[in-house]
Write a protein that binds this ligand. Structure first.
Ligand code: SF4
Length: 384
């Protein structure tokens, strides 16, 4: 990597560019470790534009680590609903409780202590400690790894164990020791806005003259693509029960002790949130839903209701491509299902729900879906 005066010039160019061109983001106006930590967790696998409104709303409800630690988990999940990867929210709250009990409500200042907190790995610890406390710790995430790989024209899969370690070593050597927080953010900003995965904008790059990949004409081919895991297609069917007052029934989070209705395979896809009664479709969605409904009608009361198919909702969770076939079932009265919650169909946000459930609810609220030709044609009758 770079050394001596070349390294000094490299740092100067990048920091000057960052000072002038950095995006104005709410977490860049603070040195509060709690706020920086929250932004780092929310930004994992999530776009900046999607995070900003969640970040601001979350802080209105939980302005400090203590309020987060003491909040009901369901409230934390409700404010996280829509951001995805809900284990982040659970770990965040767990870590907040650890900070309150073990560290007197202050985010710890050493990497060793920070790494003991739930959901905090080496990247997150380095980011928080460098930005909030000025610790000399270099971050290495996908953006920084790509920048370093291009600067040094490193070929091959960057995520292999030894190569990742080499990249971390290079990141440590490049770190500007007097301004580690700004330095880390500048490297990440360069990767996010200029040295992007596809079509890097080398003509606008503040460190182009130091870049080996550019000199060799390899900027577009480094890093090499990783071989992707095959996509697995999963089909679920969700039942949207609706009574004459427009109320529906949601089941509790699948891992909750009181939920005995959701199969474990399906539960794993529902993000631990409130959800419509949902099954995995093996052969015939209507027949399988009919079997589910009959379980809730032990007295066998003779009601006839129509299962109306709604537009499918699609959702991707890592390598899984999920298609949900929602069916609306209008009833004179909602069945009594233990621990299920009756809620107005257009006000489900009163409890934490995932994007998937939101998509199904939206489909169920579309007026044409209940009267459309296709819906009528495919209507199935339930002995309920
Ligand atoms: Fe990335 Fe191009 Fe800058 Fe090299 S010159 S660091 S490839 S943007």
């Amino acid at each position: 990597m770079l050394t001596g005066t070349t390294l000094t010039r490299f740092r100067k160019n990048l920091l000057a560019w960052y000072a002038e061109f950095q995006r104005d983001l709410p977490w860049r106006h603070t040195k509060d470790a709690y706020r920086i930590w929250l932004s780092e967790i929310m930004l994992q696998q999530t776009r900046v534009a999607a995070v900003v409104p969640y970040y601001e709303r979350f802080l209105q409800y939980f302005p400090n680590v203590k309020t987060l630690a003491e909040a009901p988990e369901q409230e934390v999940l409700r404010l996280w609903a829509g951001l995805g990867y809900y284990s982040r929210a659970r770990n965040l709250q767990k870590a907040a409780q650890q900070i309150v009990t073990r560290h007197d409500s202050r985010f710890p200042e050493t990497a060793a202590k920070a790494l003991e907190l739930s959901g905090v790995g080496s990247y997150t610890a380095a980011a928080i400690l460098s930005i909030a406390y000025g610790k000399k710790l270099a971050v290495l995430d996908g953006n920084v790894a790509r920048v370093i790989a291009r600067l040094s024209a490193i070929r091959g899969d960057l995520r292999t164990g030894s190569r990742w370690q080499e990249l971390q070593k290079a990141a440590d050597e490049l770190l500007a020791p007097n301004t580690p927080g700004d330095w880390n953010q500048a490297m990440m900003e360069l990767g996010a806005t200029i040295c992007t995965p596809r079509s890097p904008q080398c003509l606008l790059c503040p460190v182009a003259k130091f870049c080996e990949a550019r000199k060799l004409g390899l900027a577009d081919v480094i890093p090499e693509k990783r071989s992707k895991r095959d996509t697995v297609e999963i089909t679920l069917a969700a039942l949207v029960l609706v009574d004459p007052d427009g109320r529906t029934l949601l089941l509790p989070p699948p891992r909750a002790a009181e939920n005995k209705h959701t199969e474990p395979d399906v539960a794993a896809l529902l993000s631990g949130m409130w959800h419509f009664p949902t099954i995995q479709v093996r052969r015939d969605a209507v027949k399988e839903l009919r079997a589910l409904v009959s379980k809730w009608n032990p007295s066998g009361q003779k009601l006839r209701a129509e299962l109306q198919p709604l537009p499918p909702a699609r959702h991707a969770v890592t390598y899984r491509q999920i298609t949900v076939l929602p069916f609306r079932l209008e009833l004179a009265e909602l069945p009594r299902i233990e621990h299920a919650k009756p809620l107005p169909l257009d006000e489900l946000s009163a409890v934490p729900i995932s994007n998937l459930t939101r998509k199904v609810a939206r489909a169920a609220l579309l007026p044409q879906t209940t009267t459309g030709k296709n819906a009528r044609a495919a209507t199935a009758s339930l002995g309920f």
